[in-house]
Ligand binder design. Sequence first.
Ligand SMILES: [Zn+2]
Length: 289
Amino acid sequence: MNAYNYGFLDENTKKEIRRKTLKAIAIPGYQVPFGSREMPIARGWGTGGLQLTLAITGKKDVLKVIDQGNDDSVNACNLRELISRSCEVDTTVDTLKATVIQTRHRIPEERMSADQVLVFQVPQPEVLRTVEPSEQETRRMHAERDYSRMWVHLYEDIVKWNEIRISYDYPVLVGSHYICDPSPIPRFDVPKLHQADTLFLFGAGREKRIYAIPPHTDVVPLQFEDFPFTVESFEGGCEKCGSKNTYLEESFDRNSGERHYYCSDTSYCGKKQQEAEGETVSIGAEWHE
Ligand SMILES: [Zn+2]
């Protein structure tokens, strides 16, 4: 990678991303515009998260990249390769050993610490887009905390279905001011954002936005008193490791026609299986123990 600058991006771009990231941290949940660059992957494949990770990763960092909780998907492997080669860092699949984790659509099952940063890939940063197509208007609504149409949107869901049917991209109120899109994580992961020790950074490459949830910030999912926010529940637990308190993915066996349920966080699932076999492994705490 000698032909490239350290961290792939040029120095001015990294400086700009860091400045915008600091602004995002200073105003939790506020979407800061940035000059998103062309990357060697297509927009929509994690270019926002990638630019953030490249701008904040130093040689002493240890990198983990997950895609839907999985370290081994093609997208995660390619991003990990690019970042580790251009930032000259070691990689890991162990959540506890990583200092920077880039993720698509999941938060690891093991609680992350104050020494770690979680970078989210964000397809659509504007939480109000479902109720308002105009960017100018959504920015006004955020500035004035005019969120009535979002509340009506949730109410209409209840009238139609007798529940709020948003399964991912669940709107959250950050630091008692901005409503924010936590990226398409499942509802199961949303409570992990509340009063965490970890810095959460969100990068949307195509939409050119960076936003952040700093450590120890109140993150409250929108809900009504008589229709409280709930997370997905799974019966039976993971068929590989037996965990009953993790987010499971359904896998369909074409030959037998059976459905199976496994942990979406493959690293955690592997550790649990090793533990069951009598090996000594360090497994992190749950997020809110
Ligand atoms: Zn499992």
